[in-house]
Write a protein that binds this ligand. Structure first.
Ligand code: FES
Length: 161
């Protein structure tokens, strides 16, 4: 996918805004992720040009942290918590159900670009385990039989837009 010129310009501006900081890479990548939703190789090359940091190093950071993504995420990012409190309450079966119904694996996005499923660590809602976070909204005590209803909620939202 060709990156648009204004994205390249925006990335250069983000790099410039962190110039002079002792170790700016994480901040630069966080800003890019937040603004554009992903950090493809072409963008990593621009960051490398601007900062002098080798692409291999940037790639290593982007792929190490789950927060960063090299491909675009869906409009709705479904984070199923697999932290300990949720895991012991069977959150694995919840993520399995999301995967089964949306026909994608964790880390993937549906073809229509609507949903991404992610396995996440503790989201600070252990008392509500198993917890699911969709674009910042936390769903408490989710069991596999509630998954279809949650997906339909977002499909209905899309249909009404
Ligand atoms: S372990 Fe899932 S919210 Fe804490």
């Amino acid at each position: 996918m060709k990156i648009r010129k204004e994205v390249i310009k925006g990335v250069r501006e983000i790099c410039a805004s962190h110039k002079g900081e002792p170790s700016p890479l994480m901040m630069i990548l966080s800003d890019i992720q937040n603004k554009y939703g992903y950090i493809p190789l072409e963008v990593q090359e621009v960051v490398s040009e601007e900062t002098g940091i080798p692409v291999a190093e940037i790639y290593g950071v982007v792929t190490f942290y789950a927060f960063f993504s090299v491909t675009p995420k869906g409009k709705y990012v479904i984070g199923v918590c697999l932290g300990t409190a949720c895991y012991v309450k069977n959150s694995q079966s919840v993520i399995d159900k999301f995967c089964q119904l949306l026909k994608i694996a964790p880390g993937q996005t549906t073809e229509d670009g609507l949903f991404t499923i992610e396995a996440v660590r503790c989201i600070g809602a252990c008392a509500l385990a198993p917890a699911v976070n969709i674009n910042g909204k936390v769903y408490p005590m989710v069991s596999p039989d509630k998954v279809e209803g949650i997906i339909n909620e977002y499909r209905a939202l899309e249909a009404s837009n």
